[in-house]
Design a protein around this ligand. Structure first.
Ligand SMILES: Cc1cc2nc3c(=O)[nH]c(=O)nc-3n(C[C@H](O)[C@H](O)[C@H](O)COP(=O)(O)OP(=O)(O)OC[C@H]3O[C@@H](n4cnc5c(N)ncnc54)[C@H](O)[C@@H]3O)c2cc1C
Ligand code: SF4
Ligand code: SF4
Ligand code: SF4
Length: 400
């Protein structure tokens, strides 16, 4: 039987990559996330998709063996990275024949996983977190081919993407594959980000050519590192109070499967886990005096430990062992699931979102983030049954 798509589907593309007849296509659901759709006329009932699906099973995971805090001392690399530049530091310890796979913006500002060879210019496309779900496309199939021809591959992504790659590859262990998972509280809706960008374009009568999350700047009170970069032909703006960014970090625009994520725990799926080092001044009051944010790094397998231990010798890298508790402080995706409050707010948001036109999304985001919205309060007072009727009426109005 082919896969059944439930709220637990993480959109990992393992099923599309494994299907021998290529009869699983990806489409957007009504929350703007990618989900698989089976073309039953071409399905041969081979069960391969179901056997590979994360909704059914998980690969083995490991409790971190060693934990570290890390800062890339090359300020250009640090600035191009989200936190302390752990991803760049890890990758730079491999030779130029290595293939690196990670998330990158394409020319339409959509996020896709790509594979680049070596630590050259294209490698920079993988740097910095893109706070929206990345489209895996066919990279699992390409990675398998590279591994079978004895190439070394570093795969980086959310824990569910790493788990999906492992299930796709099956029980064969590839010594030449290294997996890095990012601590992940959720992925944002690609459609909502697109609608948000459209609204900015319409408002400013301009075309956005480049965007970026987590831009950094120093202020008198320290580092601000949650800037949203918007670059158009004639202007470059960095917005430190962008509403999409805030909604993402508050868990409002995340995928339904992220609410009950199977990877929100201490056991990790990658050889190495990278994360923000949160509350670092509180945890290391004597050791950290400068304003540079750091990464938390967890080496979860023997392979992972070997790589991170090598970094300790590099003069450009400050890599210091600490306890798991210190490296994971205030970072809940590393040890516990989301609470009910996050689920409720997120579900209420999407309930309203489904009734809206494209150009109303920013108003909803704004109401949700900046004010305890009056509209929202009224909406939540309406009983569920009546809400369905209101939604139908609003949708009819929309199609006129
Ligand atoms: C969706 C998402 C949610 C996150 N949530 C948390 C969190 O709750 N707590 C926390 O501590 N850290 C979180 N992170 C990780 C954090 O943002 C940094 O990636 C981490 O601090 C490492 O930073 P760095 O400086 O080493 O490398 P960076 O320069 O950030 O390296 C980028 C790495 O992130 C990967 N990546 C970027 N965007 C995506 C994407 N959309 N999907 C999959 N992989 C991607 C790239 O492939 C690359 O491996 C999240 C990252 C993402 C992408
Ligand atoms: S393999 Fe991944 S994308 Fe496919 S149904 Fe399962 S969870 Fe969803
Ligand atoms: S059962 Fe086989 S053919 Fe059918 S969708 Fe799944 S993988 Fe494809
Ligand atoms: S929160 Fe969990 S399910 Fe959601 S993207 Fe991250 S790892 Fe995947």
């Amino acid at each position: 039987m082919p896969i059944k798509v439930t709220e637990k589907c993480v959109g990992c593309f393992a099923c599309t990559n494994i299907c021998p007849t290529k009869c699983i296509n990806m489409a957007l659901n009504d929350e703007g996330f990618i989900v698989p759709e089976v073309d039953f006329t071409k399905c041969v009932n081979c069960d391969k998709c179901t056997e590979t699906c994360l909704q059914q099973k998980l690969p083995s995971m490991n409790v971190p063996i060693k934990s570290y805090r890390l800062l890339h001392k090359n300020k250009e690399i640090w600035n191009k990275s989200t936190s302390g530049g752990a991803f760049s530091a890890i990758c730079s310890s491999f030779n130029d024949d290595t293939y690196f796979c990670g998330a990158s913006f394409d020319e339409n500002l959509e996020v896709k996983h790509i594979i680049v060879k070596g630590y050259g210019n294209d490698f920079n496309k993988l740097l910095k977190s893109k706070y929206v779900q990345s489209n895996i496309g066919s990279v699992f199939t390409e990675i398998k081919k590279l591994l079978l021809s004895d190439n070394t591959v570093i795969f980086s992504g959310t824990p569910c993407q790493v788990a999906a790659l492992k299930l796709y590859l099956g029980c064969i262990k590839y010594d030449n594959l290294y997996c890095i998972d990012v601590a992940c509280h959720g992925v944002g809706s690609p459609k909502i980000l697109k609608q948000h960008l459209m609204t900015i374009e319409n408002k400013n009568k301009t075309k956005i050519n480049k965007i970026g999350f987590r831009e950094k700047r120093f202020t008198l009170s320290g580092l601000e590192d949650y800037g949203f970069l918007i670059e158009s032909d004639n202007k470059k703006v960095i917005d430190y109070s962008d509403i999409y960014t805030k909604a993402f970090h508050n868990g409002i625009v995340i995928r339904s499967s992220c609410l009950d994520c199977q990877f929100h725990k201490k056991e990790r799926v990658g050889d190495i886990t990278i994360a923000d080092l949160k509350g670092m001044y509180e945890t290391f009051p004597k050791e950290i005096k400068d304003k540079f944010n750091r990464s938390a790094v967890f080496a979860n397998t023997k392979k992972g430990v070997e790589i991170v231990e090598r970094l300790k010798q590099e003069k450009d890298i400050e890599c210091i062992e600490c306890t798991f508790g210190q490296a994971s402080k205030n970072n809940s995706p590393l040890y516990e699931k989301h609470n009910q409050k996050i689920s409720d707010r997120r579900n209420q948001f999407f309930d309203m979102y489904k009734t809206l036109r494209d150009d109303d999304v920013d108003t909803l985001l704004n109401n949700y983030i900046n004010k305890e919205s009056i509209i929202l309060k009224i909406w939540l007072k309406i009983p569920e049954k009546q809400r369905v009727i209101v939604k139908k009426i609003l949708r009819k109005g929309d199609s006129k």
